[in-house]
Each structure stands twice: as C-alpha cells, then as structure tokens.
Design a binder for this molecule. Sequence first.
Ligand code: EPU
Length: 426
Amino acid sequence: MDAIRVRGGKPLTGRVRVSGAKNAALPILCSTLLSDGESRLRNVPKLRDMVTTAALLKFLGRPVDMDAPIFTVGAATNVKPEAPYELVKQMRASVLVLGPLVARYGRAKVSLPGGCAIGARPIDQHLKGLEAMGCKIEVEKGYVICEAPAGGRLIGAEIRFDMPTVTGTENVLMAATLAKGRTTLVNCAKEPEIEELARVLNKMGARVDGAGTEVIHVQGVEPGALEPFDHAIMPDRIEAGTYMCAAAAVEGGDVIVEGARFEDLEALIRTMQSAGVLIDAADGGIRVRRQGPLRCVDFSTEPHPGFPTDMQAQLLAILCLAEGECHISETIFENRFMHVPELVRMGANITLKGHTAHLKGVKQLYGASVMATDLRASASLVIAGLMADDETEVRRVYHIDRGYEMIEQKFQGLGADVARVRGAEA
Ligand code: EPU
C-alpha cells in the first residue's frame, strides 16, 4: 500500500493549478445517462473515483473513453439500468445513477451504498424525492428498486427536503428534468457543484431554474428530448482550499492557487483571514501568504455558503500551531474528526467532546507515522506533516488518491519535501 512521506519545516512558495472538481464531475458523468448520444467532459480530474464512475457507466451500457482530462461517454446501446454492489461499494456517489436511470428508462435497480467512515449517510431524501414523483420503491437484498408510474414516466411534484443534501438534490434534480410537468424542489443544497450540474442539464435542453438557491424549479421535457453535451468541469474548490491551507501552514508561505475562485470559497477565506492568513486576488486565482504567527479561531461547519465540512480537517491542522484556543464544531457528519487522534499523536493539543473539538495551540508538532482514514482527513495529515519537525509518514493514502490529482507532484512544485513511498506498510 502506498504512503506519503513528508519532511516538514519548509514554507511553500510558487504556483499550483487546481484540477477539475471531483464533486461536479461525478453527477455530470451520471447526467450523461439522461441523453442517448455521445457526450464529452473536459477538465476531468485524474482520480480513482472517475475511473470507478466510468466502470459503472460501462456496466450500464455506456462505454467511456478515458483520455484524461477528456472523458467521452459513448452513445447508449442496450442500457441495463442496474448498478451492482461491487461498483457502488467502491464509491457512495454511484447512487447518483438512480435518478437519471429511472427518469430515462422507467426503472432502476441500484445497490444501497452502505455505511461510510465519516457517518451513516442515508439516502432517504433521494428516495423521498423520487417517491413524490410517483416512483414505487422497494428495498430488496441490499438493492433499491425504483419503478416509474404506469407509462414509465415520472410526474412533476413539489418536494421539500428535510435537510439540504448535495447528492440528494442532484439525484432528484436530474430525475425531474424528464418528468411530466413541473417540479419544485425546496430546501435544496446550494453548493456550486449543483449550479454546475444545472448548467450542464440546461445545455442538454433541460429547463432548470434556481440552482444554487434554496428553491429549484424544473419544467420537465419529453424523455428523448435531452441532447448530448460538451462541457469543461469547474475547478475543484476543495482542492483549492486544501492548497490554501497548506500555503498558510508554515511561516513564509506565499502561494498562488490558480483556478481558485473567491465566490466558491468565501466562508473559508473569511475564517483563514481571521486566523491571520493574508489572502488576495491574483492573476488567475488566489494568493495566500503567511507572514506571522496564526491565531486560533472558532468555526463550525454548515451547508454552503457556510464553512464546508470538506475543509474542516485541513484548517484544523494549521490551527494546531496557532496562538490561543478555539472550538471547532462539525455539524454535517457525525464522525468527521478521525484526523484528531492522529494529530494528537503528532503533538497537537485537541480534546473531542461530541461534535466539537477543543484545540489549544502548541509550539511544535513532531513527525510520526499516521494513518489516513478518509479523503479530507488524509489531506490534513499531509499538511500537518509540512508543519512538523522531522519526518511524517501518512499511510493508506489510497484515500487521498480518490480526491487529489498528483498530490505529491503538486506539493513538490511548491518546494515541499513530499514523496510517495510505494508498497509501504498498511
Ligand atoms: N442526509 C440524510 N439523508 C439523505 C441525504 C443526506 O440524512 O438522504 C444527511 C447526511 O447523512 C449528512 C447531511 O445530510 O448528515 C448532508 O449530507 P449530503 O447528502 O449533503 O452529503 P453527500 O451528498 O453524500 C456531498 C459530497 C461530500 C461532502 C458533502 C457535504 C459528493 C459526491 N460528496 O456528499 O464530499 O462532504 O456533500 O458537503 O458531492 C468529499 O469530497 O470528501 C466528500 C465527502
């Protein structure tokens, strides 16, 4: 199993370019199922999750030509609307084929994704939306089976989500594009990736209005009416935020994160500025500088436009050496502090109480062997390694490879002493 070895202490300097957004590419790849022709996606990040999605689409009858960063999803031939456990278990977001399949083919059988390291992550809201559009839903032997009403077409409805859910909003939104009549989705998630999906759906000929706000209206079009598309994926705001935190990890850091956009990162930027990080617009991106000591700052994760749960671990890591004390609350997922015990092994002073981490800044972190447990936790451990004395080995980095393209090369380009160790101990 691969590990990442980090020798800490050096400030990062230079420019780094962010890749296409994983969490936009995933639903957009699934949206190709809504149209029968060949679609093309550009700026697709080179990540394991993209390969898993391509394998799933191929299994469903849509072969994908992967010539990164361009993916071409072939025209539909004999689509079999069934997603097996072997593929879904590798990636929860596979559930995003459910809405498009039942909308286009009148039926879908998709394995339930099961538990996840960061929380239970049920899909009841996805199912509630599809049910409101007339689907008959059964759960059988670990699979969810959705049948559209007689005639095989979903029916527009008014659906209120119990909480803003990103993939839930995306799944139901995609389904609504082909429903008969008008659908109104209320209490939607407002993440930029949902706006990006809606842009693509509208390019295909769908009639979506309001994506990025709490209420989305969709006027359904006839199945068969959506056209294939050609689209370049937006930059990954979480990858951008991760390099922004890394730039601020060590005093003297001065990095331009190319492709980072202020409008996608407002809550993170505000919080980092309160901690003393200097952040300015730069040609093609955002410049991040760290000139003096950082200050501890309280923050709490919230649905967009609040502070993103996907950035909690990385910011927490850089605050380990900040002056003072702070409280960091995680309100989205119930088990998203798994990086904390590892950071404590590196010398951080953090106590967990329920959904809140109480952090007291320390003077020094020490290099250690630590274990990556999920994607963002792993990134936070690499950042902690940049701040620690001596050498840190982050094990089980297959988690990182799900969401960060060429992470060690990008860090090396900023002058960090980071290397991949092939076949390290698990
Ligand atoms: N929830 C339910 N029922 C549902 C759906 C969600 O109870 O049917 C709950 C979840 O358990 C959670 C909250 O609602 O407590 C929000 O979850 P959400 O559905 O928004 O999460 P998601 O769609 O499964 C996406 C991203 C995650 C990101 C979250 C929150 C993708 C593919 N994944 O997950 O990204 O953390 O939104 O912003 O878009 C990552 O990239 O590392 C990652 C985990």
